[in-house]
Ligand binder design. Structure first.
Ligand SMILES: [Fe+2]
Length: 179
């Protein structure tokens, strides 16, 4: 289950109804996938072979197609990051820049944890969405954000996109943003 931290207010939201309603107000899709559908050996495993990545996509085929039908996604893949990822530090440095995309950014976490830092509508400022396995979110199109790892420094996520160009990151220089 996701939790929210609103940076300006130093306020955390953990109650799931409130998390869902906060994210709905921000136009962020928030759903859940059943992580027990994964074979036992893949549950919580973040260093994956190509075969295990394909297996993950097969397990969630129905959920993926449901999202794709509703929101027009054409392509999907699996990204796995862990200490065994070459150049993890460099990758994370690249990730941790506020940016936008010309389509929404969907992530379904199937193992590990991840955190989206998102610029909220109007006066909300930046808020963090801490995600665990089973959480599915979508950052709306043109919304400044970035994604990074949490303390366990590992994640597996299914990514869905409409077009590969839509996924290009456009840097967003924001004096308001402070790490
Ligand atoms: Fe992004």
């Amino acid at each position: 289950m996701a939790t929210i931290f609103i940076r300006n207010e130093e306020r955390r939201i953990e109650n799931q109804e409130q998390v869902a309603s906060f994210l709905a107000d921000q136009g962020v899709l928030y759903e859940h996938w059943d992580t027990t559908k994964l074979p036992k050996e893949l549950q919580g495993k973040c260093s994956l072979t190509d075969e295990e990545k394909s297996q993950t996509l097969e397990v969630y085929d129905e959920e993926i197609r449901s999202l794709a039908e509703r929101n027009g996604y054409q392509n999907w893949d699996v990204v796995a990051l862990s200490e065994s990822t070459p150049n993890l530090e460099d990758l994370l440095k690249k990730f941790e820049q506020v940016h936008t995309h010309t389509e929404d950014e969907v992530r379904a976490i199937t193992a590990g944890h991840g955190i989206f830092i998102i610029k909220g509508a109007e006066d909300t400022g930046y808020f963090d969405v801490e995600l665990e396995a089973g959480d599915v979110i979508s950052v709306p199109v043109n919304t400044p954000h970035f994604f990074t790892l949490m303390d366990d420094r590992q994640v597996v996520a299914v990514r869905l996109f409409i077009e590969t160009e839509g996924w290009v990151a456009h840097p967003f220089e924001d004096p308001e943003f402070q790490k």
